[in-house]
Design a protein around this ligand. Sequence first.
Ligand code: SAM
Length: 309
Amino acid sequence: MKRDTSKGPKPFLKWVGGKTQLLPELEARLPDDFARTVRVYAEPFVGGGALLFHLLSKGLRPERIVINDSNPDLANAWRVVQRHADALVEALARFETDYRGLPDESAKRSFYLGVRCSFNAGTSRPESEDVARAAELFFLNRTCFNGLYRVNAKGLFNVPFGKYANPTICDEETIRVASLALEGVEILSRDFADAVADAAPDWFVYFDPPYRPLSATSSFCDYTQGGFDDDEQRRLASLCRSLDAKGARWLLSNSDPKGTNPDDTFFDELYAGFEIRGVRASRMLNANPEKRGKLGELLISNYQTGDAT
Ligand SMILES: C[S@@+](CC[C@H](N)C(=O)[O-])C[C@H]1O[C@@H](n2cnc3c(N)ncnc32)[C@H](O)[C@@H]1O
């Protein structure tokens, strides 16, 4: 197959909270001396890895790269892309042929529900390299409603069928380019704090935790069982303070609660003493297109960033 590696690596899964829209803002706020001084890059909430791939495509490749996500199925998918790209492409090509050959929407829906059922019957361990399971996750991601990943209280994937007639299920080029780019990257599936336990002054950590919901009804933290509540946000802030004390640098993104409630000082208090900036970015979470739009995001860092806003 012809590989166009001139196109840089990019996320291979659609992931809620993906940072593609925010990349220019994130890039502008990286430490000025990143290429010269950062030896270890860590992303403890990697999700789809938009910033990681952006850095790699720009040739910013520190000596050691550590990525982590507590979702073991997502970590499994990253590991399978890294180490078993051939087998994954083969399994996805089979899915694509089978799915596209189905006569109508009803047959496609049944096929989707069958794969979802099989996915829910299995599990990934934090260190899994399970190609069949990764292929199911890719298939579901490409054919479910809006590419969402959502689980119920029992941890079962429950996103409905997406009604796409001819979705691309096997994006071979994206997988192969990502696989090459991920050579040597450490892929973990632990709690965020464990992923940066040995941080030192030559580390740069990008934290993109599940967003704090902007209102009681917009809760969108159920990427994994257990959610990410205000106590988790506090635990993360205290980890940031301890990394700061160790001399490691970090950048963190979150939702800006001031967009909906100007009196909400939650993050100002948690991150008092650090640089807190508001930026605008598109957020495509709402199922109702009327309600999608530009929402405020916060970028917080323990170092001075370039431009003042
Ligand atoms: C906002 S998403 C990251 C989006 C990512 N930056 C991107 O561009 O796609 C947050 C991720 O944190 C993970 N997560 C939730 N709780 C966690 C925890 N305690 N430790 C590590 N990861 C966690 C979720 O599984 C989810 O993938």
